[in-house]
Design a protein around this ligand. Structure first.
Ligand code: TYD
Length: 142
Protein backbone atom coordinates (compact mmCIF):
# COMPACT_ATOMS: atom_id res chain seq x y z
CA UNK A 1 0.00 0.00 0.00
CA UNK A 2 1.17 3.53 -0.76
CA UNK A 3 3.51 5.03 1.89
CA UNK A 4 3.49 1.75 3.86
CA UNK A 5 5.55 -1.41 3.70
CA UNK A 6 6.48 -4.45 5.72
CA UNK A 7 10.11 -4.58 6.77
CA UNK A 8 11.86 -7.69 7.99
CA UNK A 9 14.71 -7.28 10.47
CA UNK A 10 17.53 -9.76 10.55
CA UNK A 11 17.61 -11.92 13.65
CA UNK A 12 20.91 -12.81 15.25
CA UNK A 13 20.38 -16.26 16.65
CA UNK A 14 22.69 -18.38 18.74
CA UNK A 15 22.25 -20.91 21.49
CA UNK A 16 21.49 -18.09 23.97
CA UNK A 17 18.46 -16.90 22.06
CA UNK A 18 17.68 -14.23 19.49
CA UNK A 19 18.31 -10.52 19.13
CA UNK A 20 17.58 -7.89 16.53
CA UNK A 21 19.68 -4.76 16.22
CA UNK A 22 18.09 -1.74 14.53
CA UNK A 23 20.55 0.93 13.58
CA UNK A 24 20.38 3.90 11.22
CA UNK A 25 21.18 3.71 8.34
CA UNK A 26 21.84 -0.05 8.27
CA UNK A 27 18.38 -1.40 9.09
CA UNK A 28 16.45 1.86 9.46
CA UNK A 29 15.85 4.29 6.64
CA UNK A 30 15.32 7.33 8.87
CA UNK A 31 17.35 8.70 11.75
CA UNK A 32 15.62 7.83 14.98
CA UNK A 33 14.37 10.66 17.20
CA UNK A 34 11.86 8.90 19.41
CA UNK A 35 10.65 5.53 20.57
CA UNK A 36 7.57 4.66 22.56
CA UNK A 37 5.77 1.46 23.35
CA UNK A 38 2.15 0.60 23.91
CA UNK A 39 1.18 -2.26 26.22
CA UNK A 40 -1.47 -3.35 28.73
CA UNK A 41 -4.13 -2.78 26.09
CA UNK A 42 -7.37 -4.50 27.03
CA UNK A 43 -9.37 -6.66 24.63
CA UNK A 44 -11.74 -4.66 22.47
CA UNK A 45 -9.64 -1.50 22.70
CA UNK A 46 -8.75 0.25 19.47
CA UNK A 47 -6.17 3.04 19.47
CA UNK A 48 -4.65 5.39 16.97
CA UNK A 49 -7.47 6.89 14.87
CA UNK A 50 -5.13 9.43 13.40
CA UNK A 51 -2.71 10.24 10.63
CA UNK A 52 0.41 12.36 10.58
CA UNK A 53 1.31 15.08 8.10
CA UNK A 54 5.01 14.27 8.00
CA UNK A 55 5.97 11.67 10.56
CA UNK A 56 7.49 8.35 9.56
CA UNK A 57 7.20 5.40 11.93
CA UNK A 58 7.96 1.71 12.18
CA UNK A 59 5.66 -0.42 14.33
CA UNK A 60 6.98 -3.68 15.76
CA UNK A 61 5.07 -6.11 17.94
CA UNK A 62 8.07 -7.02 20.10
CA UNK A 63 5.85 -9.36 22.11
CA UNK A 64 2.48 -10.84 21.22
CA UNK A 65 0.30 -10.07 18.24
CA UNK A 66 -1.25 -6.75 17.24
CA UNK A 67 -3.40 -5.81 14.25
CA UNK A 68 -3.00 -2.51 12.45
CA UNK A 69 -5.49 -1.01 10.01
CA UNK A 70 -3.76 1.26 7.50
CA UNK A 71 -6.00 3.34 5.37
CA UNK A 72 -6.09 6.11 2.77
CA UNK A 73 -9.18 7.53 1.03
CA UNK A 74 -8.50 4.98 -1.74
CA UNK A 75 -7.49 1.73 -0.09
CA UNK A 76 -7.17 0.00 3.22
CA UNK A 77 -5.44 -3.04 4.60
CA UNK A 78 -5.20 -4.89 7.91
CA UNK A 79 -1.72 -6.05 8.79
CA UNK A 80 -1.18 -8.45 11.67
CA UNK A 81 2.18 -8.06 13.37
CA UNK A 82 3.04 -11.44 14.82
CA UNK A 83 6.80 -11.61 15.17
CA UNK A 84 9.46 -9.28 16.63
CA UNK A 85 11.38 -9.46 13.34
CA UNK A 86 8.53 -7.82 11.38
CA UNK A 87 8.08 -4.09 11.20
CA UNK A 88 5.37 -2.06 9.55
CA UNK A 89 6.68 1.17 8.05
CA UNK A 90 4.01 3.88 7.97
CA UNK A 91 4.88 7.11 6.18
CA UNK A 92 3.03 10.42 5.98
CA UNK A 93 -0.73 10.74 5.45
CA UNK A 94 -1.79 7.25 6.43
CA UNK A 95 -4.72 6.76 8.76
CA UNK A 96 -3.95 4.03 11.32
CA UNK A 97 -5.84 2.11 13.99
CA UNK A 98 -4.21 -0.49 16.26
CA UNK A 99 -6.43 -3.20 17.72
CA UNK A 100 -6.74 -6.84 18.82
CA UNK A 101 -3.72 -6.59 21.12
CA UNK A 102 -3.05 -10.08 22.34
CA UNK A 103 -2.74 -10.43 26.12
CA UNK A 104 0.70 -9.15 27.11
CA UNK A 105 1.43 -7.70 23.65
CA UNK A 106 3.91 -4.84 23.43
CA UNK A 107 3.90 -2.59 20.37
CA UNK A 108 7.17 -0.73 19.90
CA UNK A 109 7.11 2.37 17.72
CA UNK A 110 10.18 4.01 16.18
CA UNK A 111 9.72 7.54 14.88
CA UNK A 112 11.79 10.06 12.98
CA UNK A 113 10.57 13.13 14.91
CA UNK A 114 9.88 14.22 18.43
CA UNK A 115 6.26 14.21 19.59
CA UNK A 116 4.39 17.10 17.98
CA UNK A 117 0.64 17.35 18.38
CA UNK A 118 0.55 19.79 15.43
CA UNK A 119 1.63 16.99 13.11
CA UNK A 120 -1.46 14.90 13.99
CA UNK A 121 -4.68 14.77 12.01
CA UNK A 122 -7.22 13.29 14.40
CA UNK A 123 -10.47 14.04 12.57
CA UNK A 124 -11.22 11.53 9.80
CA UNK A 125 -13.10 13.98 7.57
CA UNK A 126 -10.25 16.46 7.85
CA UNK A 127 -7.82 13.61 7.09
CA UNK A 128 -9.75 12.55 4.00
CA UNK A 129 -9.67 16.06 2.53
CA UNK A 130 -5.96 16.54 3.22
CA UNK A 131 -5.02 13.04 2.04
CA UNK A 132 -6.88 13.43 -1.28
CA UNK A 133 -4.93 16.64 -1.90
CA UNK A 134 -1.63 15.10 -0.74
CA UNK A 135 -1.91 11.98 -2.92
CA UNK A 136 -3.14 14.06 -5.92
CA UNK A 137 -0.07 16.30 -5.60
CA UNK A 138 2.33 13.40 -5.11
CA UNK A 139 0.96 11.59 -8.20
CA UNK A 140 1.27 14.84 -10.25
CA UNK A 141 4.93 15.14 -9.20
CA UNK A 142 5.72 11.77 -10.83
P1 TYD B 1 -1.94 9.04 21.25
O1 TYD B 1 -1.14 9.52 20.08
O2 TYD B 1 -3.36 9.47 21.35
O3 TYD B 1 -1.87 7.44 21.31
P2 TYD B 1 -2.38 6.39 20.20
O4 TYD B 1 -1.68 6.72 18.92
O5 TYD B 1 -1.96 5.05 20.70
O6 TYD B 1 -3.86 6.51 20.10
O7 TYD B 1 -1.16 9.43 22.56
C1 TYD B 1 -1.69 9.25 23.86
C2 TYD B 1 -1.17 10.35 24.77
O8 TYD B 1 0.23 10.28 24.92
C3 TYD B 1 -1.49 11.74 24.23
O9 TYD B 1 -1.89 12.53 25.35
C4 TYD B 1 -0.18 12.25 23.72
C5 TYD B 1 0.85 11.51 24.54
N1 TYD B 1 2.08 11.19 23.78
C6 TYD B 1 3.29 11.76 24.16
O10 TYD B 1 3.38 12.55 25.10
N2 TYD B 1 4.42 11.43 23.47
C7 TYD B 1 4.38 10.57 22.43
O11 TYD B 1 5.45 10.29 21.82
C8 TYD B 1 3.13 9.99 22.04
C9 TYD B 1 3.03 9.03 20.89
C10 TYD B 1 2.00 10.33 22.76
Amino acid sequence: MINCKKVIFKEITDNRGKMIPIEYPKQLEFPLKRIYYIYDVDKGIRRGYHSHNDLEQILIAVHGKVKVLIKTPFEEEIIELTNPNEGLYIGPMIWREMFDFEDGAVLLVLANHEYDENDYIRDYNDYEKKAKQYFKESSEEK
